[in-house]
Ligand binder design. Structure first.
Ligand code: 0WD
Length: 255
């Protein structure tokens, strides 16, 4: 039988076919997982529906803007009605206003700081809380982060601070949810050209630096992130929680 046979996993954050969330969905699907998708607002519904209908027809598709407690609650209520139980949650959501990414970090507005924290870090806490009652047989929660949390990556700015909060949240959630058999981990991915990456100035030079300096001498392929996500949502990683695993061709070890 396949690794994820009988496993039900909620995927949050597919925006288009380049989304890391979509690569993760494909990997989990290929290994037998049943998937449900949440999307942000009507803006994305049609695009996500086309992708899902073409490759994974029948998967539940539910609106969930994570800035709304109401939508988070109703999304997980609906998933509970359809499935009763879930085994995994993959959170691939982040946002910062372009104007806050374009200025030096010291110029970050109060609103922009709060919004980046709300969507990129607090949303994991809200979703973990909503998912917990559905993870009756334990489960795995996974989020995506970036090295800009650990060190200064020029232009990553307010998002780096949000990712630091996200990674700390992974550890506190792992502590809280461990007794229920729920693991919480993050993948720290190398730069990948997606819609979200468009907001980061000089993204191309980030890709080039990774290509030249990472031990594997190449940029990160979304499928590499997806296969690590498969591992972290599967029982193969049952002894791992509160961890941040780098999938970046080893770039983070370089001085
Ligand atoms: O280089 C990269 N692309 C990396 C991305 C390197 C390391 C980590 N990551 C992280 C991102 O920070 C994010 O947490 O991976 C995650 C997924 O990002 P992605 O796949 O690179 O980007 P994208 O396809 O744009 O998906 C992010 C999505 C949003 O897309 P847009 O671009 O429309 O903002 O996050 C979702 C939305 O679908 N999102 C929301 N979902 C629900 N409620 C919200 C919201 N309020 N805001 C954004």
């Amino acid at each position: 039988t396949k690794l994820m046979e009988g496993k039900r996993v909620v995927i949050m954050g597919v925006a288009n076919k380049r989304s890391i969330a979509w690569a993760i969905a494909q990997s989990l699907h290929n290994h037998g997982a049943e998937l449900a998708f949440t999307y942000q607002g009507e803006r994305l519904e049609r695009r996500v529906r086309e992708l899902v209908d073409a490759e994974m027809p029948g998967s539940p598709l539910i609106e969930c803007d994570v800035t709304s407690d109401e939508q988070v609650r109703s999304a997980f209520d609906k998933i509970g009605e359809v499935w009763g139980r879930i085994d995994g949650l993959v959170h691939c959501i982040a946002f910062a206003k372009a104007e806050d990414l374009e200025v030096p970090f010291v110029e970050t507005s109060r609103d922009g700081y709060a919004l980046a924290q709300d969507i990129s870090a607090y949303s994991l806490v809200a979703c973990a809380r909503a998912a917990k009652p559905l993870m009756t047989e334990g489960g795995s929660i996974l989020t995506l982060t970036y090295m800009g949390s650990e060190r200064v990556i020029p232009n990553y700015n307010v998002m780096g601070v949000a990712k630091a909060a996200l990674e700390a949240s992974v550890r506190y959630l792992a502590h809280d949810l461990g007794p229920a058999g729920i693991r919480v981990n993050a993948i720290s991915a190398g730069p990948i050209r997606t819609l979200a990456a468009k907001g980061v100035k000089d993204f191309n030079s980030m890709l080039h630096i990774v290509e030249e300096r990472s031990p594997l001498r190449k940029t990160t392929d979304p499928a590499e992130v997806a296969d690590t996500a498969l591992f972290l949502t599967s029982p193969l990683s049952r002894g791992i929680t509160g961890e941040v695993i780098h999938v970046d061709g080893g770039y983070n070890i370089m001085g």
